[in-house]
Write a protein that binds this ligand. Structure first.
Ligand SMILES: N=CN[C@@H](CCC(=O)O)C(=O)O
Ligand SMILES: [Zn+2]
Length: 409
């Protein structure tokens, strides 16, 4: 496929650029009045319209922009039921912690998921994933964590494996049994940690069901020491951490993530100078989830502080039934600009190349470079790049291209 007359070809970073840190994130290379050639599912070449090859089936992008697909590196899209009853409780004044303490929250989702079949979970997650793809997402990470028993955690991870085979986008699976303590282990944390370490992890590794390990390191959930113990055990199976850290408090999660060479520490709504410094000192990516802050009415992450400290920042949706019932990366990009004060260029880099890096996929996804996977979207006609985040809540996406072909799913 040849795409011609592209108003702006967005994100042509050199192929060897695999992640962007701090001030580098404001640099988003754009080629104006360009063509793009796709072959065998990959980006074959691109250039200025002055020397456009005249071949192949052609798509005219006059007035339109072509972006690399969004890379959504943090989701929980395998779940059995929505939780709008909690949404109403929140409107009436209950907090996320109040609801969790009353047996709602993650435990509510776990009870429902334990009763659902693998097929039911696959079907409902497929619908969510199709919606996300239509909204421009071309690579995704999906977590377990609503199973909380050996059987149900494996069931969730097997659903993610089925999604990997059924969908034309790269998917990474993360094992998150340490999402909360099941009620029967409320006063026996070590009993549950032993179950994770001695029964779940070996089974997950045996069936090769996960790419990463995750722990919700937070007051009232998993302590720093408990997180460390689980991450160390998972390392023996080659599972690298991508953890939930500092969502509700300065939990020590960022530090324990960096200590365990986490690919990313995610959330970071609560940070202090020490957190910024520790993230600046290593290669762990700070993944921010502004639609979670928006939905829960909790603070927005200090993106400017992280960028000023030269940290690599990624953006993701956190799509889940409790804290972010939305998988729309376009809204995340708008929120990042409006609430995190990120420039459109920074927010787009954070949602493409750095999102890919937060899934260790940036050698094949996240920018326009020869040889990368041709997962892209073409916008409607837009006056400028900034129009995309500016026109929040409205889709500017016209055509989805996956593996070099128009996606109509
Ligand atoms: N914080 C932990 N996990 C999810 C929410 C899970 C839920 O409420 O179901 C999150 O990332 O926000
Ligand atoms: Zn999450």
């Amino acid at each position: 496929m040849l795409i011609i007359n592209i108003k702006g070809l967005v994100g042509m970073h050199p192929k060897e650029t695999l992640v962007l840190r701090g001030s580098e994130m404001a640099n988003l290379p754009i080629l104006e009045n360009a063509w793009l050639l796709l072959e065998n599912g990959l980006i074959k070449d691109f250039g200025l319209m002055d020397n456009c090859p005249s071949e192949k089936e052609t798509l005219n992008a006059e007035g339109k922009f072509v972006f690399p697909s969004w890379c959504d590196s943090h989701t929980h899209i395998v779940f059995a039921a929505s939780r709008e009853e909690e949404f109403v409780m929140k409107i009436a004044g209950k907090t996320y912690e109040d609801i969790a303490t009353a047996g709602g929250g993650i435990l509510n989702s776990a009870h429902k998921l334990q009763k659902a079949t693998e097929n039911e979970l696959f079907e409902s997650a497929s619908l969510r994933l199709k919606d996300m793809i239509r909204q421009g997402t071309g690579a995704v990470e999906i977590k377990s964590g609503y199973g909380l028993t050996v059987e149900s955690e494996l069931k969730m991870l097997r659903v993610i494996q089925r999604l990997k085979s059924a969908f034309p986008i790269p998917i990474k699976a993360t094992f998150l049994a340490a999402h909360t303590y099941p009620a029967e282990y409320k006063n026996n944390h070590h009993g549950y940690i032993n179950l994770i370490i001695n029964e779940m992890l070996p089974a997950v590794a045996e069936e090769k069901l996960a790419d990463y390990i995750d722990v919700f390191c937070e007051k009232g959930f998993f302590s720093v020491a408990e997180t460390d113990e689980i991450l160390s055990a998972a390392a023996k199976y080659g599972l690298k951490p991508k953890i939930h850290a500092n969502q509700l408090s300065v939990s020590g999660g960022a530090q324990i993530g960096v200590k365990n060479n986490a690919i990313s520490v995610d959330h970071l709504e609560e940070t202090d100078a020490e957190v910024l410094a520790i993230l600046a000192s290593g290669n762990t990516i700070a993944t921010l989830l502004p639609s979670c802050s928006f939905y829960l009415n909790i603070p927005f992450a200090n993106a400017r502080g992280l960028l000023n400290a030269n940290v690599a920042v990624a953006l993701a949706t956190d799509y889940n039934p409790g804290s972010t019932p939305s998988g729309n990366m376009n809204f995340v990009v708008s929120l990042a600009c409006i609430k995190l004060k990120m420039l459109p260029e920074e927010a787009i880099n954070a949602s493409t190349l750095n999102g890919a890096a937060a899934m260790e996929m940036s050698h094949e996804m996240g920018s326009i470079a020869i040889g990368k996977k041709a997962n892209l979207f073409m916008t409607k006609a837009m006056p400028s790049l900034a129009f995309l985040p500016y026109s929040f809540g409205q889709s500017q996406i016209e055509t989805i291209i996956l593996n070099g072909e128009i996606y109509n799913g």
